[in-house]
Design a protein around this ligand. Structure first.
Ligand SMILES: O=C(O)c1cc(=O)[nH]c(=O)n1[C@@H]1O[C@H](COP(=O)(O)O)[C@@H](O)[C@H]1O
Length: 277
C-alpha cells in the first residue's frame, strides 16, 4: 500500500488528522525514567500506546535519537509501531538534502533501516537530490516548503524575478514536475495560515500537507484547518510533539498525553465540522 493510501485510511479509521511527534528529550522525561538505559524506547512506546487511538500516525524526529546514540531504540520504536499499529504511518523527520549518490543512502536509512512510510526532505539542492527518494514509489516524500520557524522567511520569502516567493516556487515545482508518482507532500507551518492557503491553491486538493507548529509553537488550529483542508475536510496532517509528550512530568504522564492528544484531535475535528457543514 502506498503512503498516501495508508494515510487516507488512517484519517478515516481513527477520525483524526493529528500526528503525534516523537521528539524524546531525556531532560523532560518523568522521574521514573532515571537510571533506565532503555528510557527513550520505553518513553516513546508508552506515548504511542497512550495516543495511537487519537492519531493518524507518528513522526519521530531523528536528531533526538542520534544525539543520544539511540538509533537502535528508534529502529525498535519503528518496529513496535509496525507490529502493534500497522495501520498508522510513520513519517521519519530527518530533513535530509544532499547530492544524489549520498541521498540514495539517506533514502535507504529512512526506508530500509527504519522502515518509515515517508520521510521529510530539504529541496535546497534541487531535483537530483530528491530523485533517489522518488524512486521509492510507494513511499511518501515530504518536502520543506514554508517552515514554521521565524527564520524560515529569510529564504522562503525571497522573490523570484516575476515576484513569486521561493516557497510558492517550491510548491509549484513539486506539484507540476517532481510529483510524478503522486507520492509527494509539503511541509507548511501552522504559524503561517495565509501561506498554507496559498500552497493549497497551487498544489490542488490531493497533495498531503504536513503542518507542524500548533501546541508549543502557538499555531491556530481553526486557521490551519481552514487554510489547509481540502473540500473533503482532509488533506492535512497536523503535528504536535512537545505539547503531547510533556503534558505531565508526573506519574500520570501517559494519561496526560492521551488527554492532550484526544483534546487536540477533537479540536481539529470541531474545526473541520464548523468549516464543512
Ligand atoms: O518537518 C517538520 O516536522 C517541521 C517543520 C517545520 O517547519 N517546523 C517544525 O517544527 N517541524 C518539526 O515539527 C516538530 C514540532 O514540535 P512541537 O513544536 O513540539 O510540536 C519538531 O519535530 C520540528 O522539528
Amino acid at each position: 500500500m502506498t503512503f498516501t493510501d495508508k494515510l487516507s485510511k488512517a484519517w478515516e479509521s481513527n477520525h483524526s488528522l493529528l500526528m503525534v511527534g516523537l521528539d524524546p528529550d531525556i531532560n523532560r522525561f518523568p522521574e521514573i525514567f532515571q537510571n533506565n538505559n532503555n528510557a527513550i524506547y520505553d518513553f516513546c512506546t508508552g506515548i504511542i500506546d497512550a495516543t495511537a487511538e487519537f492519531s493518524c500516525g507518528f513522526k519521530p524526529q531523528i536528531a533526538y535519537f542520534a544525539s543520544q546514540h539511540a538509533e537502535e531504540q528508534l529502529a525498535g520504536i519503528c518496529e513496535y509501531i509496525k507490529k502493534y499499529y500497522p495501520h498508522l504511518p510513520i513519517i521519519l523527520d530527518s530533513k535530509r538534502g544532499d547530492i544524489g549518490t549520498t541521498a540514495e543512502h539517506y533514502a535507504k536509512e529512512a526506508f530500509e533501516r527504519y522502515r518509515a512510510d515517508a520521510v521529510t526532505v530539504n529541496p535546497y539542492m534541487g531535483f537530483d537530490s530528491i530523485e533517489p527518494y522518488l524512486a521509492w514509489e510507494e513511499k511518501g516524500i515530504i518536502i520543506l516548503c514554508r517552515t514554521s520557524n521565524p527564520g524560515g522567511s529569510d529564504l522562503q520569502f525571497a522573490q523570484l524575478d516575476d515576484g513569486t516567493p521561493l516557497y510558492l516556487h517550491v510548491a509549484r515545482l513539486v506539484a507540476e514536475k517532481w510529483n510524478q508518482h503522486g507520492q509527494c507532500g509539503l511541509v507548511v507551518g501552522a504559524t503561517f495560515p495565509n501561506e498554507i492557503a496559498q500552497v493549497r491553491q497551487v498544489v490542488g486538493a490531493n497533495m498531503p500537507l504536513l503542518i507542524p507548529g500548533i501546541g508549543a509553537q502557538g499555531g491556530d488550529i481553526l486557521a490551519t484547518v481552514k487554510a489547509g483542508c481540502n473540500t473533503q475536510g482532509t488533506g492535512i496532517v497536523i503535528n504536535s510533539s512537545r505539547a503531547i509528550l510533556y503534558a505531565s512530568a508526573g506519574t500520570d504522564w501517559k494519561e496526560a498525553a492521551a488527554n492532550m492528544a484526544q483534546t487536540t484531535r477533537d479540536a481539529i475535528n470541531k474545526a473541520r465540522e464548523l468549516l464543512h457543514q
